[in-house]
Design a protein around this ligand. Structure first.
Ligand code: BTN
Length: 326
C-alpha cells in the first residue's frame, strides 16, 4: 500500500493549502472511500496532521520530520545518488542492508535510510549509537568504474559532502580528520564507514555508510564513548530538519560524484585539505601496532596520510588513529 500512500502525499503536495476531496482521491487512485480513509489514518499514525471536513475533504496541515522514501525523493533532482530510496523504520545496520541489496542487484545510487539502527556499525568493529527520531543513518550503494586502489577516494568525497551539508544548515565550521571523521568544535559530529565488494582488480560495488548526529541531546550520548561526540543541536542550539538535511546531503554527494567522474580526485582532495586542520601540524599515528610521530604533509592519490617524520624520513600511512600533538 506504500504506492497509494505515496500518491496521496503527492496529491497533497500539489494541492498545497487547498482541500482535496475524498472523491478526487478515490478517482485518482482507483480505490474506495474506505480505502482512502485507511490511508489517511496511516498517514496520521506516521505523524502527518491532516484536517478532515466532510463537505470539503482533506487538507494536509503539517508534515512530520520523517525520512520515508517518497518524502526524501520529492524534489531530489540528482543524477545517480538517490535514484532509488529504501526507508526502513528500524534495522540492524543500513550498511548490512545495503550490502544485501547490492548483492541482489540493486541499482547504482540506491540509498538505504533507517530511522533507528539496533546494530549500527562503526569503524574497527565499534558500535554506532543510533536512536530513533533524531539523527541520520544512511548507506549509499555505488558501482563506480574506478581502479580498486582508488576506492578509498570515495571516503574523502563523502567527508567533503558531509562537511558542505553541515556548513549549509547553520553557522558551522566542521573540520575533517583523517581518515574519515567529521568534527565540529573538536568533537565528532559524523562518522563514515565505507565497505567494498571487489574481486581481483574489479569493484562490484561500494557501500558508503554515513551517520550524522543531528538532533541528539547531550544526555543521549553514552558516557563511555572513546572520543567525544556532539550533535548539530548541541552545537547550534536548534533542531535541524532531518528531511532537509538528507536531501541536501544526497545532492552534495551526487554533485561531488559527478565532479569526481569528470575531473578525478584532485578537486575532491583540495576541498578535503581545505577543511583538514591537521595539515602542517605535528601528529601521532597509531597503526599496525606501532606509533609514528611526524608533521602532516597531505594525502596521496590513494588517500594515504603523508608524514614528514621528526628524524627527517617520510612515512606513508594507509590506516590508523591519528592524534594532534601540542
Ligand atoms: C565511525 O566509526 O566513525 C563510522 C560510523 C558510521 C556509522 C554509519 S550510520 C549509517 C551506516 N550504517 C552503519 O551501520 N554504520 C554507518
Amino acid at each position: 500500500m506504500t504506492k497509494s500512500r505515496d500518491r496521496i502525499l503527492e496529491l497533497f503536495r500539489h494541492a498545497a493549502d487547498n482541500f482535496l476531496s475524498g472523491e478526487d482521491i478515490c478517482r485518482d487512485l482507483g480505490i474506495t472511500r474506505t480505502a482512502v480513509w485507511k490511508q489517511i489514518r496511516q498517514l496520521r499514525d506516521l505523524g502527518y496532521e491532516i484536517e478532515a471536513i466532510p463537505s470539503k475533504g482533506y487538507r494536509l496541515q503539517t508534515t512530520p520530520d520523517t525520512l520515508i522514501s517518497s518524502e526524501v525523493s520529492a524534489g531530489l533532482d540528482t543524477d545517480v545518488v538517490g535514484r532509488n530510496i529504501v526507508f526502513l523504520p528500524e534495522t540492524d545496520s543500513t550498511n548490512t542492508q545495503a550490502r544485501q541489496l547490492a548483492q541482489e542487484g540493486a541499482e547504482d545510487g540506491t540509498v538505504v535510510i533507517a530511522d533507528r539502527q539496533s546494530r549500527g556499525k562503526g569503524r574497527m568493529g565499534r558500535f554506532w549509537v543510533s536512536p530513533s527520531g533524531v539523527n541520520l543513518y544512511l548507506s549509499i550503494i555505488l558501482r563506480p568504474e574506478i581502479e580498486l586502489r582508488h576506492a578509498t577516494q570515495m571516503t574523502f568525497l563523502t567527508a567533503v559532502a558531509v562537511a558542505e551539508a553541515i556548513e549549509s544548515v547553520g553557522d558551522f565550521t566542521p573540520h575533517l580528520k583523517w581518515p574519515n571523521d567529521v568534527l565540529l568544535n573538536g568533537r565528532k559530529i559524523a562518522g563514515l564507514l565505507n565497505e567494498l565488494n571487489a574481486e581481483t582488480e574489479q569493484i562490484h560495488f561500494m557501500v558508503l555508510g554515513i551517520g550524522v548526529n543531528l538532533n541528539m541531546e547531550q544526555d543521549q550520548f553514552p558516557s563511555d564513548l572513546r572520543s567525544p561526540a556532539t550533535s548539530l543541536l548541541v552545537e547550534g542550539g536548534k533542531k535541524i530538519s532531518r528531511l532537509e538535511f538528507t536531501r541536501l546531503l544526497l545532492k552534495k554527494i551526487d554533485k561531488l560524484y559527478s565532479l569526481y567522474r569528470d575531473g578525478g580526485f584532485a578537486p575532491i582532495l583540495s576541498a578535503w585539505e581545505q577543511r583538514c586542520h591537521m595539515l602542517g601540524r605535528k601528529v601521532e599515528v597509531d597503526y599496525q601496532h606501532s606509533r609514528v610521530v611526524g608533521v602532516v604533509k597531505g594525502l596521496d592519490e590513494a588517500g594515504a596520510l603523508l608524514l614528514s617524520r621528526t628524524d627527517g624520513g617520510e612515512e606513508r600511512v594507509l590506516a590508523g588513529d591519528v592524534k594532534l600533538l601540542p
